[in-house]
Design a protein around this ligand. Structure first.
Ligand SMILES: [Zn+2]
Length: 331
């Protein structure tokens, strides 16, 4: 098989997934309690340990990454246009079903075998641990920023929620030269937004006066919140023809009255991760601008505690599991 094998670090996502039981949302990184399948930990940077016949893009020793998916049909319209993340047969890195019918086990495995076309090169200047969440959270916010022209100097970007996805959106927005405003329900996030991540402004979404003062000022909004929330007050922050991109996944439907987008010709889109090309472009941009995720590295023996903390949203801002270190292997 034309596939390099890699070993290294794994990221734990904090966002919610559909692999939930009895109506309670469970972080995607937790074991699926209903199926008993491998826990999901999608993003994996590491080092190529071996290559199969026909591999031309990578060689042993290369630093590479595997993102949220490891294969797709390679023939549908999405695949042929370079949007393989939206292929109907996309094969997720963990708990997916590959084209041979086997369940993928990218989760806590120490070695991943994957086709070279679904592998990205991690620039040497990026540390593996801080790069791990870039392969999922990073590309999830980077791809729509570039796709919708929200990567232009001087434009005003609103980032709703300052978590794993949100802090990456702030970093990319600032690197693009944008004015970045963090919007949060938590006034306590102000110092982190302004000082730790150098956002230009901070809005408390529960403060009607602050929200009113910012109406009609934003070119785009990245909404990263996975808890239920009202989006009409957020849409009011957009300029006419402004673009909102939803990357969080609340379990309850978002309420979108037509008037909120008809007046002003506003647009709402969704996004999940990005294509392989998006992921490579994001990594190259991150290396150029010294962007990594803020992380807490843990060993395999800390996973259960990390899962408990994820359920309480107690992480700044992503857990990364040192799989290779935990198994005593060279990363
Ligand atoms: Zn396809």
């Amino acid at each position: 098989m034309a596939a390099p094998a890699i070993s290294g670090l794994r990221e734990m996502r904090t966002s919610r997934s559909r692999c939930s039981s009895a109506g309670s949302a469970i972080p995607i990184s937790t074991p699926s309690r209903t199926s008993g399948a491998t826990p999901c930990t999608p993003s994996s940077p590491g080092v190529v340990t071996d290559v199969g016949p026909g591999v031309t893009k990578f060689k042993a020793g290369d630093t590479v990454g595997v993102g949220y998916f490891v294969d797709s049909c390679r023939s549908c319209e999405c695949c042929s246009k370079g949007h393989e993340n939206y292929c109907p047969q996309v094969v997720h890195a963990s708990n997916g079903v590959d084209l041979s019918g086997a369940t993928t086990q990218g989760g806590f495995s120490d070695v991943v075998v994957v086709r070279q076309d679904y592998v990205v090169r991690v620039p040497e200047s990026l540390p593996l641990d801080g790069a791990a969440p870039l392969l999922c959270a990073g590309v999830t916010v980077y791809a729509p920023l570039t796709q919708y022209g929200l990567n232009e100097t001087g434009k005003h970007l609103g980032v709703v929620g300052l978590g794993g996805l949100g802090h990456m959106a702030v970093k990319f927005g600032k690197a693009f030269g944008m004015k970045v405003t963090v919007i949060s329900t938590s006034p306590g996030k102000r110092d982190e937004a302004l000082e730790r991540f150098s956002a230009d402004a901070f809005l408390v979404s529960r403060d009607p006066e602050q929200m009113k003062a910012a109406m009609g000022t934003m070119d785009g909004i990245i909404d990263t919140v996975s808890a239920g929330h009202a989006i009409v007050p957020l849409l009011e922050l957009l300029k006419p023809m402004g673009q909102m991109v939803v990357v969080g996944a609340p379990s309850k439907p978002l309420e979108l009255p037509a008037y909120a987008i008809i007046a002003g010709g506003k647009r709402v889109a969704g996004n999940v991760v990005g294509s392989i090309a998006d992921c490579q472009a994001m990594l190259d941009f991150a290396a150029e601008h010294d962007i990594t995720a803020d992380i807490e590295v843990v060993g395999m023996d800390y996973v259960n505690t990390a899962i408990e903390r994820l359920e309480k949203n107690d992480v700044r801002y992503r857990f990364v599991i040192d799989v290779a270190g935990s198994f005593g292997a060279a990363a």
